[in-house]
Design a protein around this ligand. Structure first.
Ligand code: PBG
Length: 336
């Protein structure tokens, strides 16, 4: 009788490589470390911390506290922090004038953080929505979000951020042509070392809900403005278009690209990595954070395991890293 073929059950048993922690670690295909995390953080103009109701565990931080957080990031081995502004509703207007304020909360936070921990990278969102009273990312005329006039404002905003010491500009507005305009302006201003991580494939998503709460933007659709961002952010059904968006931003001078939201779009992350071999990041957005925390607080899932599993999934998909509100907690769990 001939021996059974070796490459089949019962000789072949894949569970053999799962029988103990040491062997699971030995054959693990992707690894999450603190260096994979970009800490997503909200800064406000006042003093102290203000908890964000829809994001348990996340607070808006003062400029001073952001500086302290930068020191903590350094200690935890987190390479970079992405900051988002909350300004008082009374300071918002139709064109988002405060976006390019050289003494605004973002410029102040960047300076304070770079002073406190110059070794930590700082990334700033280039978009008008935290500063507009209608909550859209651009300038509106007759109910339409105007592309080119918005880009002019974004360039002013980006230059202020870069001049304050921001290392990475992250345009999240989805206007056409914004990366080229920013890159040209940076070169013109002698800021050739400032990096661009574009929100290249950013989808119109329900998962940004808690973020609006965090930065204090009201409900979309007031005063004749559109009730959603679908004329500029992508249709969630599209993959080929996402690849075109990424290709364009790379051609326009983006150094790194991003897919957003994160977990519902892992297929896009994987396609982008495979297609472009660019440093590709994913944003685990506010709604993803809120879902994990809400389920955990109800006792329906194990919080710490869910956090690490969700972040590890981005590495498995090929991402270079993840922008996440869980960064400090995850770094601690990872034993930094
Ligand atoms: C602004 C911006 C948004 C987010 C980051 N930058 C919201 C939006 O586009 O509506 C979402 C972040 C999050 O949900 O955590 N353009």
């Amino acid at each position: 009788m001939s021996p059974p073929p070796l490459a089949a059950y019962p000789a072949l048993r894949l569970r053999r490589l799962r029988q103990a922690d040491w062997i699971r670690r030995m054959v693990r295909e992707s690894v999450l470390t603190p260096a994979d995390l970009i800490w997503s953080m909200v800064v406000h103009e006042g003093d102290g911390e203000v908890p964000v109701a829809s994001m348990p565990g996340v607070s808006r931080l003062s400029v001073k506290e952001c500086a302290k957080a930068a020191v903590e990031a350094r200690k935890l081995g987190i390479p970079a922090i992405a900051i988002f502004p909350h300004i008082d509703g009374s300071k918002k207007d139709a064109t988002g004038s405060r976006a390019a304020d050289p003494n605004g909360v973002i410029a102040n936070a960047v300076k304070a953080m770079k002073d406190a921990a110059p070794e930590v990278g700082i990334m700033c969102d280039v978009a008008l929505d935290p500063f507009t009273d209608h909550g859209h990312d651009g300038v509106i005329e007759n109910g339409k979000i105007l592309n080119d006039p918005t880009i002019e404002r974004l360039v002013e905003q980006g230059l202020i951020q870069a001049q304050a010491g921001c290392d990475i500009l992250a345009p999240s507005d989805m206007m056409d042509g914004r990366c080229a305009a920013l890159r040209t302006a940076l070169e013109g201003a002698g800021l050739q070392d400032t990096m661009i991580m574009s929100y290249a494939a950013k989808f119109a998503s329900a998962f940004y809900g808690p973020y609006r709460d965090a930065i204090g933007s009201g409900k979309l659709g007031t005063g004749g403005a559109p009730a959603d961002k679908k004329t500029y952010q992508m249709d969630s059904a599209n993959t080929e278009e996402a690849l075109r968006e990424v290709a364009l931003d790379i051609a326009e001078g983006a150094d790194m690209v991003m897919v957003k939201p994160g977990m519902p779009y892992l297929d896009i992350v994987s396609r982008v990595v495979e297609t472009f071999q660019m440093p590709t990041f994913a944003f685990q957005v506010s709604g993803e954070y809120a879902m994990i925390m809400a389920a955990a607080q109800n006792g329906w899932i194990d919080e710490e395991r869910a956090i690490l599993e969700s972040l590890g999934a981005f590495k498995r998909a090929g991402a270079a890293g993840v922008i996440t509100y869980f960064a400090p907690r995850a770094a601690k769990m990872l034993g930094a």
